[in-house]
Design a protein around this ligand. Structure first.
Ligand SMILES: [Zn+2]
Length: 493
């Protein structure tokens, strides 16, 4: 029959299209693996002194057009120093982050070698947050150097990305990570206590950690080996084309798992009374974005319940979600959405935080609407009320209130950052969704994901994807919100 034939042809086209897209995505990942710098980190954690010792080798290739005198690394672990200029958390979060009182940490280097030879490295930047490794002769384009560093990280007792607490050890942003190169220069942006002040390129990692065998480890990458020795165990991981490598350790973890497509999803918990439901939220979001945006290109994704002063924190293949937080499943879904926006498609989280936060937050609302948990209209009413009330209050006290969506260091406080990236970001994407419709909205995001995966993509690229699929009106919605010229009416109960 003609109808059936049409259906069959359509089906064949759809299936072959999906196969082609999957193949395309695989080849992009293969290209990212091939062009990524190689990190090898051999580390050991001492749970008595809360110290992490490591030998790290990075094989760095200069893929810019510039020649450099030195290779630069961010050393975020130094932000936990007592004398740090930029505090780890805003003052309003200090008591929450340090429930056991002030505590400090740092990173100290024993040696740094380039191609096997010790070099006079320096720790500088604006807040002792940049490791500069001289590379002798000019580091010309396409040249590769092997940098080896031996260091110790002292952890603070803090509920943050890096630190130990009563239940877990968070190892986020713990090792020296290459500064992103933009326009032929290393970006040495300092740490800000508001937002996620990180811009990193994808790279490949082989990481091992030795620790007491009572610990379970939630981690970036795939576990390739577990070797016991006495009361210790060494876990070895391989992660390819990822933006960062993080772990959460706990001697109280229980692990449950499920599978979504080709990805094993693990949930590590210790106090969650409904772990199956939390795992289901991670799997549900993974499935939802696999379907609507594009296939998750990794074999493993872990969610870890942990101690943290905010709702959660995203890392490649790993989400830290705060134990006991009020909207726990929503936080699981939000951090899972970051696997696409921040993780696979990177962005400058300092200058355009609205991009990954706004998108992750909004697709979480869409997901919760799809499951029947919270209607999209209800979520949006909440966002409108929050934003309008905030702006109204500011309008009463100040002239020319800045409504632009701006770099994180230009927000006056954490509250303003949250309102303008999460809340207003969601309103921006909801305006697009309502204007262009669900089909074009997802099509635009799919194109963006397809084009920009494994890169650090500017907001203009996302805007262009929407403009191509939906016309200039979509682009003007972006500019209206970003420039602070949107008109959002009040809602009444
Ligand atoms: Zn987020």
């Amino acid at each position: 029959m003609k109808k059936s034939l049409c259906l069959l042809i359509s089906l064949c086209l759809v299936v072959s299209g999906l196969v082609l897209l999957a193949a395309c995505s695989q080849s992009k990942k293969a290209a990212a693996v091939k062009s990524g710098n190689e990190y090898t980190i051999v580390s050991a954690y001492d749970d008595v002194t809360h110290m992490l010792s490591a030998v790290q080798t990075v094989s760095v290739t200069n893929r810019s057009d510039n020649a450099f005198d030195a290779v630069k690394f961010h050393i975020y672990a130094n932000q936990y120093r007592q004398d740090a200029t930029n505090s780890v958390v805003p003052a309003v979060y200090h008591a929450k982050a340090y429930p056991n009182g002030d505590s400090y940490g740092d990173i100290s280097f024993d040696s740094v070698k380039v191609d096997g030879e010790p070099v006079p490295f320096t720790v500088g930047g604006t807040d002792c947050d940049i490791l500069s490794v001289p590379v002798g002769d000019k580091f010309y384009p396409d040249k590769t150097v092997d940098i080896e560093m031996t260091y110790t990280v002292q952890l603070a007792n803090v509920l943050h990305r890096l630190g130990y607490n009563d239940k877990t050890v968070n190892l986020g942003n713990w090792y020296p990570v290459l500064c992103h190169v933009d326009n032929g220069k290393y970006t040495e942006s300092p740490y800000f206590c508001v937002g996620d002040p990180f811009v990193t390129d994808t790279a490949n990692y082989t990481v091992s950690i030795t620790l007491p065998d009572k610990y379970l480890v939630a981690s970036t990458g795939d576990l390739t080996e577990a070797a016991s020795s006495g009361n210790s165990v060494t876990y070895r991981y391989r992660a390819e084309a990822v933006r960062d490598f993080a772990m959460v350790l706990s001697s109280e973890f229980t692990k449950i798992s499920d599978t979504v497509g080709d990805t094993q999803v693990n949930y590590f918990y210790y106090a969650d009374t409904d772990p199956e439901s939390s795992l289901a939220a991670a799997c549900g979001m993974l499935e939802y974005l696999n379907k609507h945006v594009g296939t998750y290109p990794y074999d493993q994704y872990s969610v870890a319940e942990t101690g943290f002063c905010y709702g959660g924190m995203e890392y490649p293949n790993l989400a830290m979600v705060t134990s006991g937080s009020a909207s726990y499943r929503e936080a699981v879904a939000h951090e899972t959405a970051h696997q696409w926006f921040y993780g696979v498609v990177g962005n400058d989280q300092i200058s355009e935080a609205w991009l990954d936060e706004g998108l992750s937050e909004y697709v979480t609302y869409l997901y919760m609407d799809s499951t029947g948990e919270t209607a999209l209209s209800q979520s949006m009413r909440g966002c409108i009320k929050t934003y309008v009330t905030y702006v109204d209050v500011l309008d009463r006290f100040y002239d020319n209130v800045d409504r632009t969506m701006r770099p994180i260091d230009l927000y006056k406080n954490d509250n303003e950052y949250v309102i303008f990236t999460y809340v207003k970001g969601s309103l921006l994407f909801n305006s697009l969704y309502e204007t262009v419709g669900a089909d074009k909205f997802w099509k635009s995001l799919h194109t963006y994901y397809d084009q920009a995966q494994f890169t650090v993509a500017p907001g203009s690229q996302l805007i262009q994807c929407f403009a191509s699929a939906c016309g200039d009106e979509a682009a003007s919605i972006f500019s209206t919100f970003i420039d602070g010229k949107e008109i959002i009416g009040k809602v009444t109960d």
